[in-house]
Design a protein around this ligand. Structure first.
Ligand SMILES: NC(=O)c1ccc[n+]([C@@H]2O[C@H](COP(=O)([O-])OP(=O)(O)OC[C@H]3O[C@@H](n4cnc5c(N)ncnc54)[C@H](O)[C@@H]3O)[C@@H](O)[C@H]2O)c1
Length: 499
């Protein structure tokens, strides 16, 4: 587990030989059952690894359940920590529901004491984004490995702290990039690795958030950059990481524009409301506002947040049109990569449906992929359509010739079947080998955050930002080998028309 402290890049930049990968995939078949990995992994005899977790809100439950229930034969939770005593106690009690022993609970100021007293092998960090770096570094310094939720952190300075701490301590920091593990996205990676479209020269990627999930970022702690880094970091870190991993490339230069034009006081007034107000719970206009969130009517939200706000004053239902919001809702980014590939990306947070479209343009053809994650087509409530027929599409267009429809790979479990596979990969001491190398380290975590941080900087200055000017010691993460730009290209079939 321990890396060499002298050489932070010694395990990075390596690549799985492409021939080995193609052979492995050929043996396994492209239908390699992603969820089967989790099942295989569960049967491995290993000693129980000791985990502690800090930050016990909504996202934490998935990790806690995996440690205490799904992989309970291999893992144990030895300590839980949160700054809100109410959520801390709820998480402790969940342990019983998961069939595990009640772990001790610690207040945020007792985090170091928790590490001393409970001696975890691994600390899972699921706090507010801007606080990740502090817990990551303290855990590494205490001799633990770390699993952190995305984004790894929110600023270049905090990325630097983490890169320096991993190099200094030789411990590992894994980032829980669950999007990589979604079966159809893994399938896209395999197609790109096999050279289905040759060398990737450019990428067009557009992510849409709807006015249900998208609006939610504007009511919580996410709505302030000091907490989340804005959507360029909090949300787009998933997307930038996917592209970095799909391409097997490091970003070099970023240019971006961003604005907030939908979630504003002016929009509230144009929608017929008098003004934005402090929060939905006490809003005098909530009956007329279709953006209002009724936490009292949603048992999980009530239990986790409304009933606990007297401890810390955190309101999870603040008005999405408040003037003090400082994150953008409309963002366009261009990235140039070290392979020469370029990315054109957009993120909008007020769309009619939620999901994405991506196109890879290669020397042998074009790969188009997309997913409609939710839509209002069936009525006023957004419908999850993840697994509905046609919601996911992947098409391969050779330079000249008929397009090929690829049947999207499916899985079972959260995020389209990605979560169970990721959890096995994250939590087990010896997870099954992964030809797509989906496990991501602090360099991958930093590479994706830094694109967002560069975009944030560019929003202000209008000037392109070089990633190399933001941190030192960023290495190319270990990656599976991609097609080589020097390989011969097949001459495409002749065109049947004359210009
Ligand atoms: N991978 C994904 O798809 C995904 C989805 C949702 C959230 N997340 C990430 O998970 C993390 C948690 O998000 P969430 O939605 O659960 O938020 P949340 O607000 O529900 O929970 C955050 C918890 O951290 C606690 N906390 C905040 N600051 C703290 C501090 N300094 N010390 C100790 N405890 C502190 C809060 O009291 C709360 O219990 C975030 O980093 C978020 O980006 C990832």
């Amino acid at each position: 587990m321990k890396q060499s402290p002298q050489s932070p890049c010694s395990q990075t930049g390596a690549a799985v030989d492409r021939r080995t990968f193609v052979k492995t995939i050929a043996v396994a078949g492209l239908g390699l059952a992603a969820t089967g990995w989790a099942a295989t992994a569960v049967n491995q005899p290993v000693r129980r690894r000791r985990f502690a977790q800090v930050g016990l809100g909504s996202r934490s439950e998935m990790h806690q359940r995996a440690v205490q229930q799904t992989f309970g034969a291999h893992c144990e939770m030895v300590g839980l920590c949160d700054r809100n005593p109410g959520r801390l106690e709820l998480a402790r009690q969940r342990s019983l529901e998961f069939g595990a022993a009640l772990p001790p609970g610690y207040a945020a100021e007792d985090f170091d004491r928790m590490l001393r007293e409970t001696r975890p092998d691994v600390v899972i960090v699921t706090t507010v984004d801007a606080t990740h770096d502090d817990y990551i570094v303290r855990a590494l310094e205490a001799g633990c490995d770390v699993i952190t939720e995305k984004p790894m952190t929110t600023t270049p300075e905090k990325c630097q702290r983490i890169l320096d701490a991993t190099a200094r301590t030789g411990r590992r920091c894994r980032v829980a990039f669950n999007y990589r593990y979604s079966p159809p996205r893994t399938q896209v990676k395999e197609l790109l690795m096999q050279g289905a479209i040759g060398d990737i020269l450019s990428v067009d990627f557009h992510w849409m958030l709807d006015t249900h999930h998208g609006a939610d970022y504007f009511r919580r702690w996410h709505s302030r950059k000091e907490n989340s880094g804005g959507l360029m970091i909090h949300k787009a870190t998933h997307h930038f990481d996917l592209v970095n991993w799909w391409l097997g490339a490091l970003p070099e230069t970023v240019w971006a524009t961003g604005k907030r034009e939908f979630y504003t006081p002016a929009t509230a007034r144009r929608l017929g409301l008098q003004d934005p107000h402090e929060r939905c719970h006490t809003c005098p206009e909530k009956a007329r506002c279709t953006f209002a969130l009724d936490m009292a009517a949603a048992p999980r939200l009530k239990r986790l947040y409304l009933d606990q706000e007297h401890h810390d004053g955190y309101f999870r239902d603040r008005c999405v049109f408040r003037p003090d919001i400082d994150i953008e809702d409309t963002m366009n980014v261009m990235v140039k990569y070290d392979t020469g590939a370029t990315l054109s990306y957009s993120l909008n947070a007020f769309n009619a449906w939620e999901g994405y479209r991506i196109v890879f343009n290669g020397t042998k053809g074009r790969l188009e992929h997309g997913e409609v994650e939710s839509t209002y087509a069936a009525g006023n409530e957004p419908q999850r359509v993840e697994r509905a027929r046609g919601a996911i599409s992947t098409r391969l267009f050779p330079l000249r010739g008929p397009a090929q429809e690829i049947t999207p790979r499916t899985g079972v479990g959260g995020h389209g079947g990605g979560d169970p596979v990721m959890l096995a990969d994250l939590l087990l001491e010896n997870p099954p080998a992964d030809p797509c190398l989906r496990a991501s380290d602090e360099h991958a975590g930093a590479a994706s955050c830094l694109i967002g941080a560069a975009a944030n900087r560019c929003f202000v200055t209008g000037e392109p930002v070089r990633i190399a000017d933001l941190v030192t010691g960023l290495c190319k993460p270990v990656g599976a080998a991609m097609p080589d730009r020097s390989e011969p290209l097949p001459m495409p079939p002749a065109c049947s028309w004359t210009p």
